[in-house]
Design a protein. Sequence first.
Length: 430
Amino acid sequence: MTDSPNIISNKQSKKESRNFLLYSLGLLVSLFGTNVYTFTISLYVLKVTGSGLSFATTLVLSTIPVVLINPFAGVLADKLNRKILVVSMDLINGILFIGLFLFSKYYGLSLAIIYISTFINNCFTAIFNVSMDSAMPNIVSKNNLMKLNSITKIIISITMILGPMVGGIFFAFINIKTFIIINGLSFLLSGITELFIDFQYSKGNIIEEKSEKLTFYEEVKEGYKYILGKFDIVMMISIFIILNFAIGFSIQVPLPFVINDVLQISTKYFGIIQSMLAIGFILGALVINRYGEKWVHYKVIASMCIMIGITTVLMAIPVFPGVSFSNEIILVIYYCFITMILGGSISLIDITATTYLQIIIADNFRGRVMSLQFSLVKIILPLALILSGFAIDFMPIHVVLLFGSFLIFMSVIIWYRKYLSFINLEIINQ
């Protein structure tokens, strides 16, 4: 006697719900531990060395592995079992930090050991991120993929807010070695949780590849060829590049400069203004989770990019020549509102574009495409930050902000027209 369709449907629904729960729990534990540790280890380096260069070095060592490892991580994610990769990377990171704890207990915690462990940790994390992002369309149904991406964004945002808060409070009372063991245990718990996720719940489409055995370099090239042959994928990746360059140039460097140096708002309010960005991420994720399925992806992306351009103009208004705000609280509320809108806009773009990419990319190419996207973003952001820094040194800050908003508006208009032409051509060909 076979199971009825209703019974099968209920079983599938329970399995998908379990995947949701296990994924969310594992991500929350892992990210929270990582954010607490990252914040406290940064404070520790600053406290021990008193050097901004040493602090910057830890940040650089967090970025370099992503650029170097990602192309190869994409090949691994496409060619090997993603569940094994995801689980093993978390477990290895857990073992790494427990080993670091034991080492520090007997030999102390030197700066060199912190640098080495940070680099190794970020190499494994790069493989984990690409593998998990590639696997997400396989652990839930297509209809629930945007919801999963929304939950991911919410968890990331919550840990962004709580991680530094908890880390800052505990740093004064708990030994740094305790944070190391906590981070190690959080990775182990996350890895154990992921063992029970069904990574084959939803099967994606697969495109036939060359039958002969290819080298790693040739596999990466095959990924590039696949991307270049898909105009909509190129356009989605390009919007990530545009967005990250715009945020780096127009917001990430100018906003702290405006608040701290030009307007001289009290530093106690700067943290509040920054936290509103994460609040915006959460609100954006909640909105897209509720209404996302009804919206057209490219229209959401274009309209939210325009919104980012508008918020950049709004940031410039208080620093226009002849404009003055005497009330500091009004300025704080003003910039809190702007950063919240900015965070919501970024969240809507990120979730919409990521979900669309995950759906349209063939299952056996998803890792390489996602890794290329991560690498390009990591490369373009430092360039934007450097150019923005130079611009601030040579131009009035309001000019930098207005120029940044102009770049956003022009880039989005060109992008939208090209994408609309592609959509119309697709309709005609059908």
